[in-house]
Design a protein around this ligand. Structure first.
Ligand code: RTP
Ligand code: MG
Length: 137
């Protein structure tokens, strides 16, 4: 069993499609180990996405991620990290496979509905960034 970290991003929470995303989570066999709705400050978004700090889209990304609440989750399954990225689809919804979350719900390359850890190292940083042990079941 493996754990990954996921976010339902502001574009999805604003459009009231959290439930539609959660249906995909559960249909793909993930167990929700932890989940909460929070609003990131700009500084918290910058800390979370620090690996992208030199990228041209970094400022816009952190503004987007802190503009309204998000739902953060820890998901568990066999091969959870790569499996969740498959369920999400490509970063740009235009390039995402049919049936993926980003293809179905993504608005564009930035407002792409969901986040997922990209490696075990990322998951090990991202899960405790948002959750304490006492919040994971
Ligand atoms: P994520 O980290 O959110 O799961 O997405 P990802 O791995 O598929 O993509 P990544 O390269 O890590 O980019 C992080 C997020 O930054 C926004 N982005 N904007 N304007 C742009 O060219 C651009 N490129 C990326 C997206 O919200 C992307 O998910
Ligand atoms: Mg990424």
């Amino acid at each position: 069993m493996e754990r990954t970290f996921a976010i339902i991003k502001p574009d999805a929470v604003e459009r009231n499609i959290v439930g539609k995303v959660l249906e995909k989570v559960e249909a793909a066999g993930f167990r929700i180990v932890g989940m909460k709705k929070i609003q990131l400050s700009k500084k918290e978004a910058e800390g979370f996405y620090y690996v992208h700090k030199e990228r041209p889209f970094f400022g816009d990304l952190c503004t987007f991620m802190s503009r309204s609440p998000v739902v953060v989750m820890v998901l568990e399954r066999e091969n959870a990290i790569t499996g969740w990225r498959e369920v999400m689809g490509a970063t740009n919804p235009a390039n995402a496979d049919a049936g993926t979350i980003r293809k179905e719900f993504g608005l564009g390359i930035e407002e792409n509905t969901v986040h997922g850890s990209d490696s075990p190292e990322s998951a090990a940083f991202e899960i405790p960034y948002f959750f304490s042990q006492l919040e994971l079941f």
